[in-house]
Design a protein around this ligand. Sequence first.
Ligand code: PLI
Length: 456
Amino acid sequence: KSHRAEPYKIKMVEPIKKLTRSERERLIAAAGYNAFQLKAEEVYIDLLTDSGTGAMSDRQWAGLMMGDESYSGSRNFYNLEAAVQQYYGYRFVVPTHQGRGAEHLISRMLIRPGMYVPGNMYFASTRLHQELAGGIFKDVIVDEAHDPYSTHPFKGDVDLLKLEKLILETGAGNIAYLSLATTVNMAGGQPISLGNLQQVRQLTLQHGVRIIHDMARVAENAYMIQQHEPGHQHKTVAAIVKEICALTDGAVMSGKKDALVNIGGFLALNDQGLYEEAKNLVIVYEGMHTYGGMAGRDMEAMAIGIAESVEEEHIAYRVHQVHYLGDQLKDAGIPVVNPIGTHGVYLNAAAFLPHIPQVQFPAQALTVALYQEGGIRSVERGILSAGRNKETGDHHYPKLELVRLAIPRRVYTLAHLDMVAEAIMATFKNKDNIRGLEMVFEPKYMRFFQARFQQV
Ligand SMILES: CC1=C(O)/C(=C\N=C(/C)C(=O)O)C(COP(=O)(O)O)=CN1
């Protein structure tokens, strides 16, 4: 294995400790068998999410001291606006407190009840905001994305036939926009190819359908295009990022992933009219359009993080680190989603625990086992996260029953990931003793955050 070293040295540390197994068994039971309910200090290695958990650089920390906390017209807003224009190419920027703030605004602006919102697979908060605005999500991703065994290198691709069929059946006027994610989180952190995006753009322009780009992990997606899509290996990640953005009409961005901040996001648009509308609507929900729910210092840190996110050494190491863990697990015969994702390794819980039926939440049961075994916190990406069908009230039954091991940016070293691999292998050896779960408390929205369980 190419032991590529971290492209940074460490200046500040945060001690972590590992509790005893009996302490962990007691704590996860008290948490209703839901790792979201654990206190962070009860977790040894926290792979719950790569969102907002990254480490900032010395320049970003210095940027916090440059916070201009003026209520309106903050210097940091103009720096953020300039960074978005320079690195992403969008004309207008409306800051929001994080990604779902932008999702909320664009859903209210573009969706009328009954309209369709096609997308390359769903993301929980994105789809919820679409549905709260009366939209109907339609999955138009390629079939391979729903197959954990397929090694298709760009599972984030849109199936052009599915999209065209929807447009012709419903009429372009009934399509609010195409929600296009780079990368696709729920498929296992899978990228879209530039070739597919160009074809999607051609089809949508033909019918006058907007593309709104969910760009939380666009730098990782660009890296996969550079590395694996023929014809792009001589381009910089920064150039590919701009090419991707140029094929869309606007974007919602959670700065908490690729842009390396702990809070922050924005809505970016090219259409002046939509921008004026967003500038007004943001006041209602996020605050003035020059701060959008963020302190000036946070906007400065995000402007700097955007520039850092496309640096070649940074993004190459970031994805390499994820593949370092994924390849170890694959070599050990652990069932993982192929290809290995760009921000996390996804365990195929259905294959890991074939004795647990989907209605007993096998992926959730596996997250519990990983915490008991190694103090590792992971997240369920299966039937629990898929929620209930609005019409029937029954669970959605996704083909993908996964556990995501999301790797925070610039936080853990390869040695920590060796510990994670060891714990997963030990859990796999012991898998027949893992029991299913039944839900004893089910929240109304995005139930996976606060649901509680007991063991079957
Ligand atoms: C693709 C995508 C996401 O992954 C996303 C949030 N993801 C989280 C929190 C995660 O754990 O993956 C969001 C919402 O962003 P937000 O967590 O509100 O800043 C939008 N799009």
